[in-house]
Design a binder for this molecule. Sequence first.
Ligand code: SF4
Length: 377
Amino acid sequence: MLVRYIITRPVMPKRPRETKTGISHAKAQDTTALAYKRTCLELGEEPNAETYEHLSQRDRGAWAVSMDIFSGRDRQIAAINDAVSTTAAMRAVGKESQGLPARNPWSCDRCDWASHCSGDPVGDSVHQWMGAVAGKPASPISVSMPNSPQMRKLARTKPGHVVSPSELRSFMTCPRKWALEYVERMRPRDRQWARMGPRIRGVITHAFFEAMLIRWQELRQDFVPSWQWGGYKWGSQDGHFEAAAQNVADSYLDDIKSTVDRCIGDLDPNDHEGLRELIACIPACAKAAHDAAGLATTGIDEIIGIEKTKAIKLPGVSRWVFGIADAIAKKGDRTILIELKTTSTAQLDSMAERYRNNVAVDLYAAMIEHGREARRG
Ligand code: SF4
């Protein structure tokens, strides 16, 4: 199966820098070629040809990129075999039920639980941890039954019985992190924008992306890449870049309103600055989703599924892997799985390379090719 990874960046290009002597012609600026050229004209300066050319090249990889890879039979079998052994290890750890499982202290540097774990490395008073609260319960999952219109509800109480690729990754990163989040269903209380911001940007971008693909199915409109948008002029009331992004956001606002409300609900209600940041990031998320939708729809015939839940029973055991595919497309008789990722880094190509051997994609491909329809909730 062909897998199309799309990496997009929900941030706005910056206004080209100005120095005491005029506009900066430095190439290392997080802006677009068009913005640079128009700002030069706005200030009555001649654009530097080399800088303009550099930024034009940069635009192609600085805001959104796509990478097509092939997930074949061998990759999928290996991913499924890994899932069988990882879920077996989860079951074994879950059955021990003697406090928290072993740590992986080599993964602590980027973990949300670092301060809790360092204060209680043995983990014997986990239920008294300050700053940790109950998270959401596991959502119910039902799967279609062969030769029957009925759906079968899968038990979600047994550790390792029904898992997502994210849960598998969590266990492989650190069994204790997995136990805290997927068995104890805990989460850190810190819900400030500083911690939640990147995730919320990703969630809102995904919601726009979904809404854009749904509309594309009907209208087949082109998505002009944001760095080619005309009318760029900072500070003007109409026709400037931010207004264009806001227009895109406004035209899908009804479709994503429930997602935005949910994100606001997830944020600490006392984090007023965070709430402002959340509202302010919406046009950048719309712009990023618009660029991603352009790449997603390039060279395909149709989209046959958006945010589709699929599940696959693991061979030889009574355990399942489920996941939600961002989009499934068709080109001729070929199926294409479309996966959207957001990042804050401008090095999108190297970011994309990191996904090339991502085992989650092989699990998704196996679910789509050999799994069953599933439903959450
Ligand atoms: S949960 Fe694991 S990775 Fe996270 S801080 Fe604790 S030991 Fe480290």
